[in-house]
Design a protein around this ligand. Structure first.
Ligand code: FE2
Length: 264
């Protein structure tokens, strides 16, 4: 299954042309509070295509209490569009009730693991489905970490039964920024634990990479994706994200379909 991140600029083309694509991923927050046109269009698209929901503000890693008002709206949206699953990021996005609108990294140690695991279980219980969590790209690490990000994720899966959204570009970006081998990360992920893959472009500044979701996926990330498929299979759904200088739908579609060549 190969899908594309649903973006406002493509609404008209998608409804008019009904392009051949296996599914769309919608950003939950763009549709949770909005009635009107965006909701109407998402409902139309959901009649024709499978939908998965992807959130950016569950704040699963934060020390703040879980926001059940947010979760209630999320659950209602998932039901309305028959979402195959709900994903968010392994990160924190704010504290003290303030949203930074950034996906901030966590210290990877037992204290954080227990904290996040309890929250994942509470959220999955409330939503009535296993939460799917994505590895975010990162630019800083904590001196209080006692394990790697991949070990943290694997243990989180073991403790909670959550599924992973493995963003292959984010693995590449974080590996570049922190100086480890991205294949070591992929090698650690258990087969069967991944629900979905993400692919995206990024911006390389030499000293570091910024996860801008701009432009096509670079060749090295396609190679890492091929390596990932080889190890973890092509059953997880693959999704292309393109969020900056978004071209017409046909260009994004052509980029996404390169994944089928990798599968073949
Ligand atoms: Fe992603």
């Amino acid at each position: 299954m190969i899908g594309i991140g649903l973006r406002t600029v493509h609404f008209t083309e998608i409804l008019r042309d009904e392009p051949k694509i296996d599914f769309f991923e919608a950003i939950s927050e763009n549709f949770m509070d909005s009635g009107g046109r965006p909701s109407f269009i998402l409902d139309k698209i959901a009649e024709r295509y499978p939908i998965v929901l992807h959130g950016v503000s569950m704040n699963i890693g934060s020390a703040d209490a879980l926001d059940f008002d947010y979760l209630r709206k999320l659950k209602a949206l998932a039901k309305r569009v028959n979402a195959r699953w709900l994903s968010d990021h392994l990160c924190w996005t704010g504290v003290g009730g303030r949203n930074t609108h950034d996906l901030l990294p966590l210290p990877y140690n037992d204290e954080t693991l227990n904290h996040v695991a309890n929250r994942v279980l509470a959220v999955s219980d409330f939503l009535g489905a296993p939460l799917v969590l994505e590895n975010a790209s990162s630019y800083a690490e904590f001196t209080t970490s006692t394990m790697t990000e991949w070990d943290f994720l694997v243990r989180l899966v073991e403790l909670t039964g959550c599924k992973l959204l493995l963003d292959v570009n984010n693995v590449y970006v974080s590996a570049y920024n922190h100086g480890y081998d991205p294949k070591t990360y992929i090698d650690a992920i258990p087969r069967g634990s991944v629900a979905q893959y993400h692919l995206a472009g990024h911006t390389n500044h030499g000293t570091h990479i910024v996860d801008t979701h701009i432009g096509p996926v670079i060749d090295e990330v396609w190679s890492l994706y091929a390596y990932t498929i080889d190890r973890l299979g092509d059953e997880p759904w693959t999704l292309l994200e393109w969020d900056a200088e978004i071209p017409d739908f046909a260009t994004v579609h052509a980029e996404a379909m390169k994944a089928s060549a990798v599968h073949a």
